[in-house]
Design a protein around this ligand. Sequence first.
Ligand SMILES: Cc1cc2nc3c(=O)[nH]c(=O)nc-3n(C[C@H](O)[C@H](O)[C@H](O)COP(=O)(O)O)c2cc1C
Length: 369
Amino acid sequence: MSKLFEKISLGNLELKNRTIRSATWEGMCDKDGKPTEKLVKLYEELAEGEVGLIITGYTYVSPEGQQLPGMMGLHKDENIDSIQKMVDRVHAKGGVIAVQLVHCGGQADRRTSGLKPIAPSAIEFPSYREIPEEMKKEDIKRVIEDFALAAERAKKAGFDAIQLHGAHGYLINEFLSPLTNKRTDEYGGSLENRTRFLKEVILAIKEKVGEDYPLFIKLNGDDFLEGGFSIREAVKVSKWLENWGISLIEVSGGSPASKEKKPMRANIDAPQKEAYHKELSLEIKKAVSQISIAVVGGIRSFEVANELLEKGYADLVSFSRPLISEPSLIKRWKEGDLRKAQCISCGECLLAGIKEGGIYCVAQKKGKI
Ligand SMILES: Cc1cc2nc3c(=O)[nH]c(=O)nc-3n(C[C@H](O)[C@H](O)[C@H](O)COP(=O)(O)O)c2cc1C
């Protein structure tokens, strides 16, 4: 059997294989942040498609932390019921599902949230629509509590795990990066200080949901921005994360401000272009021993996916766009049809999702694949 289909345990959570549906905003929740039937059906399809772990689209923890319409919200108790029903249906199909918690910080969008974005520092930044308000100490405390309360709601709703969004220029990454964190108090300056917000979020979550509830993070191995968060710092942070009880680091890179190295790259049309974050995940994997490492970004062929595991670049592999066009890709591979994913990495799924209120594979609809 190929390594891709071996079981793996993340803390006390067992997965039937080493594949992950990386967090993917679908734009399929209502204006209160509750899932629609369309979203539930999509997750059921992913569970039937035998992906080892489904991670939901980024889910906001505070009202002002919302960016795109149709995001899921765990910012209030009223959403627990409908989310729990969704989770139950995924479990009934044999799926394992984690929720990705986010505060979008300076990348949040007032046109969606109706509120002024907040961030570590009030600066202009290429990926900000407006200059955000600098977070006061009370804001920091409140958002940490919002993460913890959202985590508690996630556990009540029956999610198997939580993933923090610590990548792609959102609030946690904004604190980590010296480019967006210009603070002079204990939350800015040294790496230790820039990591304090993340540490306090983790501790507050653990206090609410317990030490044993699986907690993961998606982390940039590098921001790919001059003077930004880099692999050297990511390695140090990863070692700390291991001590703080994180059981999976999913390694990504870049942000909307990174020019040619954004998290979602185009034209992945040859095996050498695939897995474009594998060197970052290798560095991080070498630095930790107790926790598992997943890698995301441009993985399209079975051979590349399997080799990443065989050669020790990662313990799990994650897919976003390939599972939009083919939710049952993993099942297809398992059944022996090893042709690479159909996805042509055009990125139209995201643009159409924003314009038309929900993602789908545009290339497929246009008959290009
Ligand atoms: C439509 C769309 C929505 C996305 N939403 C999220 C998200 O909510 N959270 C996240 O961490 N990454 C998100 N991403 C990034 C993906 O998880 C992934 O990191 C990136 O697309 C590279 O992987 P891929 O080549 O397998 O698509 C999104 C990507 C796409 C295409």
